[in-house]
Design a protein around this ligand. Sequence first.
Ligand code: HEM
Ligand code: HEM
Length: 185
Amino acid sequence: MEQQHYTRIAIWLHWVIALLIIGQIIGGKVMMAMANSPTKFEIFQLHKSFGLIILILSIVRLLWRLTHKAPALPATMKPIERLGAKLSHIGFYVFMIAAPMSGWMMTSVSTPKIGTKIFKTIPWPDFPFLTRSEAAEVFFKDTHNILAIMMSLLLLLHVGAALKHHFVNHDNVLSRMLPFINPKG
Ligand code: HEM
Ligand code: HEM
């Protein structure tokens, strides 16, 4: 029989990454609104550190997903809903990697060069094959912002779908992604 729940690792990666990304989107917008100060500089460095942690965890998660099957969707779901679920999940994996990558590329082309050290300790290299220029910096800043906005919109759709499954369809789609409780099976 096909398994009915996500693996413990998949569940923890889902929620840790989800919390980090939501904090990162809100934090990113808040830091942009701050007046220039040493504190703002420190928050930018924290944003870069958390962003790179998200990138690493997302790559681990994608590899985990490619090597571990997800549970089958409820048989009651229509083909169009299955397609929607599949495409939105693929979209998330793309954003989870492309959003932090665009941030990394942005800092790799920005002038003047400000080095990156994860939490002030682990040195992080510049993205290879890129040349620093103002035009490239503007391009990656716009791309980074657009990817973050698109991910926020997908999140609204995703949460709406999860709540509909739970409260309208009364199936196990939400509960099997929750830690600490026994999946309904
Ligand atoms: C999933 C991960 C990430 C998310 C969701 C995210 C989100 C955001 C958001 C919403 C903003 C504000 C954009 C604006 O209003 O123009 C922002 C700005 C910024 N992010 Fe990220 N970010 C992520 C990862 C990263 C990474 C990995 C780096 C660099 C290593 C980075 C560097 C920056 C910088 C430097 C800015 C300021 C841009 C500017 O001055 O215009 N971000 N980010
Ligand atoms: C930025 C935050 C989030 C991201 C990036 C994200 C991403 C994902 C991805 C990629 C999957 C597919 C898992 C797989 O099959 O590999 C998934 C599944 C799921 N997510 Fe999220 N998620 C986020 C936030 C949330 C929130 C806030 C909720 C709760 C309302 C939620 C509920 C679920 C549920 C119930 C599933 C299982 C769907 C299924 O079994 O087909 N997610 N999420």
